[in-house]
Write a protein that binds this ligand. Structure first.
Ligand SMILES: [Zn+2]
Length: 131
């Protein structure tokens, strides 16, 4: 009954997306900060964020909401990419990652081969590195 009502109510409305998820997470963060600091500014900001988030999910202007979300995804792409690289590297037990001491080029070598001589492909520097 309630589920059917909700389905009817949400028909033609925008619903959730990554931007809304982000706004909600920010809302929770600010609200927790408010609980600790009791500073009104955090509560007001938190309420503003949750209001925007609810407004967006109930909106019938789907085009506009999608455009907003696309801009948001575009803006966070560098951060997401950096995070993915970081995660891949911490999960990669097969290789050791480091930078060339001469030019800063990022490289990786197989782990567990002792001290090895490395040739930088970018600048040609030769140096020793633990593996
Ligand atoms: Zn180099």
């Amino acid at each position: 009954m309630i589920r059917r009502f909700m389905a009817g109510f949400m028909a033609g409305r925008y619903g959730g997306d990554q931007l809304n998820l982000f706004l909600m997470a920010l809302y929770l963060t600010l609200y927790v900060i408010f609980l600790f600091t009791r500073l009104l500014v955090f509560e007001v900001l938190a309420l503003a964020l949750i209001t925007v988030s609810i407004f967006r999910s109930l909106s019938r202007n789907l085009e506009r909401r999608r455009a907003e979300n696309n801009r948001f995804m575009q803006a966070v792409r560098p951060v997401v990419r950096r995070w993915n690289t970081f995660r891949a590297r911490t999960q990669d037990r097969e290789h050791r990652y480091f930078k060339c001491p001469n030019c800063g080029q990022k490289m990786r070598v197989p782990r567990g081969k002792g001290r090895i001589t490395v040739h930088c492909r970018s600048c040609g520097a030769v140096f020793e590195e633990k593996s």
